[in-house]
Design a protein around this ligand. Structure first.
Ligand code: ZN
Length: 124
């Protein structure tokens, strides 16, 4: 993969996800980190995006991005699910533009190399 392609792939990964803290609101966490057990890498330079798979399921658009961690030398995947039309159809605003935010919501999961779920990371 060329540097340009890697850079494009990196842009597919949201920088942050939001995690819900029950009654204490939401906390922002960086997705520029390794999600494998026993690894505390948070250095973007040591995270190399390898490939992305993109597909659609019913009402969902799914992107699975494989990332190589150069600290623990492991590979993990970020699964980004964008749910379509979560909210009921919104009325168009006065200027005629639909409210995009209300119509899609993203969920982030971390998977290991063999697609074992490492957990729900948060929302984006
Ligand atoms: Zn790692």
């Amino acid at each position: 993969m060329t540097d340009k392609q890697k850079e494009d792939l990196r842009l597919e990964i949201p920088s942050y996800a939001w995690i819900s803290l029950a009654r204490r609101g939401m906390e922002k966490i960086s997705l520029d980190q390794c999600f494998l057990k026993n690894c505390d890498n948070q250095d973007l330079k040591l995270l190399e995006p390898l490939e992305m798979q993109q597909f659609e399921e019913e009402n969902k658009e799914i992107k699975v991005i494989s990332i190589k961690c150069h600290k623990c030398e492991g590979i993990f995947k970020l699964k980004l699910e964008t749910l379509k039309k979560v909210a009921k159809p919104t009325k168009k605003s006065k200027d005629g533009e639909a409210d995009e935010d209300a119509l899609s919501m993203g969920l982030v999961y971390a998977l290991d190399e063999n697609d074992n779920n490492l957990g729900h990371v948060g929302y984006f």
